[in-house]
Design a protein. Structure first.
Length: 250
């Protein structure tokens, strides 16, 4: 069984959100068009790290299997909604054998507040069966084996490899895709292009946590509709031409 530090208590604390900080306090690097330079990329991650030295997922989990299930349930759902469901499910069943024993209908009773729960229940049950039959009931630390599980794509595999096993992977979701393109950090026309660009661009010292820094920045600061540019700590680095106007506020 892989050793995993329990995440529940600290993962969802609002204090971890990387918001509200004046960019003016930081050294300015003159913005140019196009991609960020190596120096700018290093400065960008240094600032995100300073705001939040130990970023992590807001999904609640305590084992690789719990994380796998939580991520599988999170497609087109909020982390808050998934946590509400898994807080009821995991105390009752948090192993492949236990969830398989619940059965598909039994599992649905715990996750029916989450969108697409019928399909997700079927996938989780099928995943549990494969984990027991092929992997001794453990979550495999292997991309190919993870992506062979029902409902598990590259993004979910990357989240599990990075967050549960500490692999230097980056799962590109809508937030990371937006931040990478707006800032000029790792522009790309689709999620795979952005993932490949990030893997080429992110310095090794930041690779392990880059996924969470970027996702939290996109979720709480660089929002889709009205990014909070006046408060953004990387505003002077960012290449986005349509920044929200205004001065930093306390
Ligand atoms: S300056 Fe605005 S657009 Fe650029 S990263 Fe910050 S919030 Fe996003």
């Amino acid at each position: 069984m892989s050793k995993v530090v329990r995440k529940r208590a600290s993962a969802a604390k609002p204090a971890a959100k990387p918001v509200a900080r004046k960019a003016a306090a930081k050294p300015r690097i003159r913005a140019r068009s196009g991609r960020l330079s190596k120096q700018e990329v290093h400065e960008l991650f240094s600032r995100l790290r300073e705001l939040n030295p130990r970023p992590t997922t807001e999904l609640e989990y305590s084992t690789p299997f719990e994380l796998l299930v939580a991520v599988a349930l999170s497609a087109q759902a909020t982390d808050v909604g998934v946590n509400k469901a898994t807080r009821r499910l995991f105390p009752v069943a948090n192993t492949p054998a236990a969830i398989l024993a619940l059965g598909e209908d039994g599992l649905k009773q715990y996750i029916n507040t989450i969108g697409l729960y019928n399909a997700k229940a079927a996938n989780v049950i099928a995943t549990c069966r494969i984990l027991l039959e092929k992997h001794g009931g453990e979550v495999p630390r292997d991309r190919e084996a993870l992506e062979a599980l029902p409902g598990v794509g590259r993004k979910t595999a990357n989240v599990v490899l990075n967050t549960a096993f500490g692999e230097p992977t980056i799962a590109v979701d809508t937030h990371i895709f937006r931040v990478s393109n707006r800032t000029g950090l790792a522009p790309g026309k689709d999620v795979r292009a952005v993932e490949d660009a990030l893997l080429r661009t992110v310095p090794a010292e930041f690779m392990q946590d880059a996924h969470h820094w970027l996702i939290l920045h996109g979720r709480y600061v660089c929002k889709a509709r009205r990014p909070e540019c006046p408060k953004c700590v990387i505003r002077d680095l960012c290449r986005f031409p349509d920044k929200t106007p205004g001065d930093a506020r306390d």
